[in-house]
Design a protein around this ligand. Structure first.
Ligand SMILES: *Cc1c(COP(=O)(O)O)cnc(C)c1O
Length: 396
């Protein structure tokens, strides 16, 4: 008989990659609270509070916001499966891996896919989207707000206007933006959005907050065909998350506790403070990296504070570098995906992970690892440059 494996004892990593990010201790505590039934009156109240907190974070008063059971990709699939019917024309803007995933899902759903592709590291110009729409009846335009594979932030308001010129719905991937940079679905005119818990919300992976505007709900209610996915059918989900409270599937009760606590943490700090904290530590990190001779891959106006892409220095093997950071310093950072594979390091400063002590720890560990790889890094230069950013901010 095989021996029983030992007791669980995971290493305590400093998660500074593209997610999952460090889990807030209050969230971990909430996850271990007593499980109640998924129709228990106590839990129904928790669900309502979670929906209201999500609406606030998404920047909407009229859309229906709730978490889908599953990770960010389940949120992506929920939005597309509900909005897209076979034969619908769908324009997907692609400047990284996640736009590519959206396009794949549209094809699987039988949509008539039109891609707008721009190179990794760039943003999408609204004119490119207008040209792809070409004044033809279009059901939906999909775009990524915070492209985690490249570290690029995407403007959404103009894209929404372009989509609405032909009455298309706008779908935005907010997996990495929600909780890291402002999201204002109502102001911008975003009709469908999805996110994930493990990026800037300081939760483990497991839920996908989504938001459907009244226009999106109307489009779903007037579909010609049933939604192909029973599990992700929004009308069934909304009958459980609001209204009749009809059993659909068993909600992951403790994950909802965790998400609710994560949202409370964010609201108690204050949205303006949360976004300013991400910006400050991002600026300090970039100053430190550049002082060490490293080069950022995204131009300054497009940079996401929560996901920093850095060029792998000449002559350094990125797999070795990341493995050494993990083995010797317990730090996880990400490698490049797609066109950035082998070329980029991805450093996350997400949610509870966006903290001064993490930036200092990473900069000094990087100095040591780069030194071991034979890269000449001036001693202490990274931390010194980062300190100047924090000192300047504190004396303002
Ligand atoms: C992480 C991520 C996803 C996918 O989320 P999973 O939780 O891995 O399923 C989708 N879009 C973006 C922009 C992401 O960063």
């Amino acid at each position: 008989m095989d021996p029983i494996p030992p007791q669980l004892d995971p290493p305590s990593r400093l998660l500074m990659g593209p997610g999952p990010s460090p889990v807030h201790p209050r969230v971990l505590a909430a996850l271990s609270a007593p499980t109640v039934g998924h129709l228990d009156p106590y839990f129904l109240a928790i669900m309502d509070e979670t929906r209201t907190l999500l609406q606030r974070l998404f920047g909407t008063t009229s859309a229906l916001s709730f978490p889908v059971s599953g990770t960010g990709s389940a949120g992506m699939e929920a939005c597309l499966a509900n909005a897209v019917e076979p034969g619908d024309r769908v324009v997907i803007a692609q400047n990284g891996v996640f736009g590519g995933r959206m396009a794949d899902m549209v094809e699987r759903l039988g949509g008539d896919l039109v891609r707008v592709e721009v190179p990794f590291g760039q943003a999408i110009d609204p004119e490119r989207v207008r040209a792809a729409i070409a004044n033809k009846p279009t059901k939906l335009v999909g775009i990524v707000h915070a492209e985690t594979s490249t570290g690029v932030a995407q403007e959404l308001q103009e894209i929404a206007q372009v989509a609405h010129e032909v009455e298309a719905l706008l779908l935005a991937d907010c997996v990495t933006s929600l909780g890291g940079i402002p999201v204002a679905l109502d102001t911008w005119g975003v009709d469908l959005a999805y996110a994930g818990t493990q990026k800037c919300l300081s939760c483990p992976p497991g839920l996908a907050p989504v938001s459907f505007s009244q226009r999106a709900i109307e489009a779903i209610r007037t579909r010609r065909h049933k939604v192909a996915s029973w599990y992700l059918d929004a009308t069934l989900l909304l009958n459980y998350w609001s209204g009749e409270r009809v059993y659909h599937h068993t909600a992951p009760v403790n994950m909802v506790y965790g998400l609710r606590e994560a949202l409370r943490v964010v609201m108690q700090e204050g949205l303006a403070q949360v976004y300013a904290r991400h910006q400050l530590h991002h600026r300090a990190l970039v100053a430190g990296l550049e002082a060490m001779g490293l080069r950022m891959l995204v131009s300054p106006p497009l940079r996401l504070p929560q996901l920093n892409t850095v060029e792998v220095p000449e002559g350094v093997d990125d797999v070795w570098l990341r493995r050494t950071l993990l083995d010797d310093f317990n730090i996880e950072i990400g490698g490049g995906l797609g066109a950035f594979k082998g070329k980029a390091l991805r450093i996350g400063l997400m949610g509870h992970g966006a903290r001064r002590e993490h930036v200092v720890t990473l900069l000094s560990a990087l100095e040591s690892v780069l030194g071991a790889a034979g890269v000449n890094v001036p001693g202490g230069a990274g931390v010194h440059a980062a300190n100047q950013v924090w000192h300047a901010a504190a004396s303002r």
